[in-house]
Design a protein around this ligand. Sequence first.
Ligand code: NAP
Length: 320
Amino acid sequence: MFAVYAAEPQPESPLDALRVGERPDPEVPDGWVSVSVRAASLNMHDLWTLRGVGIKAEQFPMILGCDGAGVLADGSEVVLHGVIGDTSHGDETFDPKRSLLTEKYQGTFADKVAVPARNVLPKPRSLSFGEAACMGTAWLTAYRMLFTRSGLRPGQTMLVQGASGGVSTALVSLGKAAGMRVWVTGRTEEKRALAVSLGADEAFESGARLPERVDAVFETVGKATWGHSMKSLKPGGAIVVSGATSGPDAGADLQRLFFMQIRVIGSMMGNRDELADLLAFCDLKGLRPTIGSELPMTEAKTGFEQMLAGETAGKIVFTR
Ligand SMILES: NC(=O)c1ccc[n+]([C@@H]2O[C@H](COP(=O)([O-])OP(=O)(O)OC[C@H]3O[C@@H](n4cnc5c(N)ncnc54)[C@H](OP(=O)(O)O)[C@@H]3O)[C@@H](O)[C@H]2O)c1
């Protein structure tokens, strides 16, 4: 079948590992289903996979794509949940052996993908396949950060580091819909304008001093923004972290951490119930992900180049 895959790890030049070609159909064990993929979205995770981060060398070649939407054999339209894990831990994201699609099991940038039957949810009719494809990774991650992990209440102020990315645009849209005061930092005027168009109350240059301290900061950038995140928080505030795009080795600023009683909270994707609630929330509120670039899967390389260059304006989606 057609597939977009990583041939081998390429830490320095990830796009050299990218292949658009043919791979075998996935095996479908008992209790799993095969989904004909209609759309899937690009996530930074796919660039990490090309670099060999978070995947064992013996897992290559690996079909990329952590999320998607498609059709089952009986014609039902579904959204994919990309976290494969044991729910006896209460939440599959806490299963120490859980994996995301593309870490152990083949991903969604292909004609077909196989997942456990519990990992497909009905696609709301209000979302197109392309929009629904964005839900399983970036939007689910933003949903869990905001509603499960942060402890933020409507009316409080949140700061999102990064304006135009998949997770950041999802945080802005969800935060606005839930009644938070949403502040954003963005690297260019254009990216800041995008955040404001999505409902951010104010958008600031990266690192800018804010008018006042915030209740929670949402971090996916890491080293480049960590110091600013720490300085931007009210006493007792929270930093919710789900990524470190610019590097993980940020100084902890421990003195500020204890003196200001800052809470640092990790967050990883989301569970199936959260994905179901996210889909219902989008349906109820008429929320749709912002798609900056939609390309046929055959032109996936262009999307990867855009993400690598930081040329994002919301999600990058591939259709089949
Ligand atoms: N833990 C999880 O479950 C999970 C799930 C999804 C994503 N993630 C992680 O979250 C991160 C973002 O993923 P994504 O798919 O949203 O990527 P993306 O769409 O490419 O977005 C990247 C974002 O990072 C910002 N950024 C990058 N470098 C920056 C720098 N040097 N200074 C300031 N801002 C910078 C960009 O800000 P501008 O808008 O200003 O350019 C943009 O908002 C990745 O590290 C990814 O691995 C984690």
